[in-house]
Design a protein. Structure first.
Lengths: 198, 339
């Protein structure tokens, strides 16, 4: 009888220890998964946004015989391009918003970017916390922004785009709360600008 | 007790299994996003490389132009059409499950060419010019074969940079120089020195050591070539060509070069350096059809010798136009680029 009692007590203790261990492991794993998930979302967003930028910017000036870039600033660009290669030239604009327009996220630094195509604007919340466009002439000399005159806009030879994305929610680590982040930077030479030669 | 332990272990195993699957799914998603971008970028690079490789194939007169290939673990295909100097390329880079397509319209353009407004243009001044034997110079405009006169576009036989050189050339050539006029002053003659390095580095045929070379042929009317003959500045160090020598394109001559057989060159001959002697031999019908230009080395000494009776330098705008369109010396202006 006493041996049965000992078994019951021992099994209860083992169960308790295991339950606590599993609970602790589960907590750590949850935190890691949460961090991973934020990494996944942020990096996936970065990849998608980068591809969108490349897709649009590589086409700047395509099938446009007039002014190809209409406005160039460090956080805004407006250009003409036949995006679908169907002899229909579109007007595309990228312009960033401000942090108040992303109030639904816990990240106080993120802001949306607006992509407008032929007057139709789409607000995109990628989690941008930094976005900068830099313009260079054919001697790789940086052009000061904003560039507004047609003569100066025609000097644009290459465009460097840099952005930083952060997660919408904080990631809690052993070192405290932080944000999952991805930085991307690329110089794009739109082949339809500046009478390029091969 | 034993049953309870088994149940506990089984339950724990299931919990860890579920957690493991969840983590794995999350990691897979991350890897998929990253490798997807890498594959997309590689496919794009392959499509761009295909454009470059196709243009270089045009430069090298490859026939047929390759329409597919593999590179960096991926493949590419090229579809190309052309009309005159306009070229359309559609390249497709394929890497793993990613495909990237480029549609490109290019205009093949000619680089600035050291034009010669005479059968022989002397950019060097003062120049020591000697025409001996039976060599003759004709500034009338011939067709690209040097057979028939076109009837228009006639130029001077020899163009010099100043009156003094003009007089010296008239005295040296006499009636062996003909044209409209026979000799004139033309200060617009472009100095070919700036182009020589490019010709040298792109030469299809280079002769940098003395010797006798028999029966050579350089290029063809449809695929003109660049020939660089460097016999050095020492006039005793000569390159000799014998037998049948036929060339099309651009011939750069430096030093003492002799063409002793049946020599015919169609295109531009650039005489570079000091003390250059271009000698055409006695047999056959040695001729240069196109133009000769002497680079602007001050005090250049040029001797054109004709030991036979029919050695001629004939101006031909058609032959010069063909030389100008050597593919290696052309470049491509982007008219449209869609990717």
């Amino acid at each position: 009888m006493s041996s049965v009692l000992i078994d019951i007590v021992t099994s209860a203790v083992i169960f308790g220890v295991l339950a606590l261990t599993v609970g602790r492991v589960q907590t750590n794993i949850n935190a890691t998964m949460y961090e991973n998930q934020n990494d996944v979302v942020t990096q996936t967003n970065a990849v998608e946004f980068a591809r969108q930028i490349e897709w649009d910017f590589a086409k700047i000036g395509h099938h446009e015989s007039g002014q190809k870039v209409l406005l160039a600033d460090s956080t805004e660009i407006r250009f003409r391009a036949d995006l679908d290669n169907k002899l229909v030239v579109n007007t595309v604009q990228y312009i960033i918003g401000d942090t108040n327009q992303c109030a639904m996220t816990k990240n106080g630094d993120d802001f949306p970017i607006f992509r407008t195509q032929d007057g139709k604007a789409v607000k995109q919340n990628w989690g941008l916390t930094y976005f900068k466009i830099t313009y260079y002439d054919n001697a790789d000399k940086e052009l000061s922004t904003p560039i507004t005159s047609a003569v100066d806009l025609a000097k644009i030879h290459s465009i460097n785009v840099a952005f930083r994305l952060e997660s919408a929610e904080p990631v809690v680590t052993m070192q405290g709360a932080t944000w999952a982040a991805v930085t991307w930077r690329k110089t794009i030479v739109p082949r339809n600008l500046g009478n390029l030669n091969y | 007790m034993g049953r309870t332990a088994l149940i506990l272990v089984a339950a724990l195993g299931m919990v860890f299994g579920a957690i493991g699957l969840s983590i794995r799914g999350s990691t897979n998603h991350l890897v998929t996003a990253q490798t997807g971008y890498a594959k997309y970028s590689t496919a794009r690079n392959l499509a761009r490389m295909a454009v470059h490789m196709t243009l270089r194939a045009y430069d090298r007169n490859l026939s047929p132009i390759p329409t597919s290939g593999s590179l960096d673990g991926g493949t590419y295909t090229v579809a190309h059409t052309e009309s005159g100097d306009t070229l359309w390329l559609t390249t497709k880079g394929i890497y793993a499950d990613s495909t990237y397509t480029m549609n490109v319209k290019l205009l093949r353009t000619t680089k600035p060419f050291p034009g010669v407004n005479a059968a022989i243009g002397l950019r060097a001044t003062p120049v020591s010019f000697s025409l001996s034997g039976k060599a003759s110079v004709d500034g009338h405009n011939y067709d690209s074969t040097g057979t028939n006169l076109i009837g228009s576009g006639d130029l001077a036989g020899v163009a010099t940079m100043n009156e003094s050189d003009s007089t010296a050339v008239k005295n040296a050539g006499g009636t062996d120089i003909t044209g409209v006029p026979a000799v004139n002053v033309d200060t617009t003659t472009i100095d070919p020195l700036a182009s020589l390095d490019e010709y040298k580095s792109n030469a299809d045929y280079s002769y940098n050591s003395g010797g006798v070379y028999n029966n050579v042929s350089w290029g063809s009317p449809s695929a003109p070539a660049i020939v660089y003959c460097n016999a050095g500045d020492d006039t005793s160090f000569s390159i000799k060509f014998a037998g049948n020598v036929v060339g099309y394109g651009i011939l750069v001559v430096r030093g003492n070069v002799q063409f002793n057989g049946n020599f015919s060159f169609y295109g531009l001959v650039v005489v570079d350096g000091f003390n250059t002697t271009v000698q055409v031999g006695a047999s056959g019908t040695p001729q240069i059809v196109g133009g000769v230009i002497v680079a602007g080395n001050a005090g250049a000494s040029v001797t054109l010798k004709g030991t036979g009776t029919t050695g001629k330098v004939k101006y031909s705008s058609q032959a010069l136009a063909k030389a100008r369109n050597i593919n290696k010396l052309r470049y491509y202006s982007i008219m449209e680029w869609y990717e």
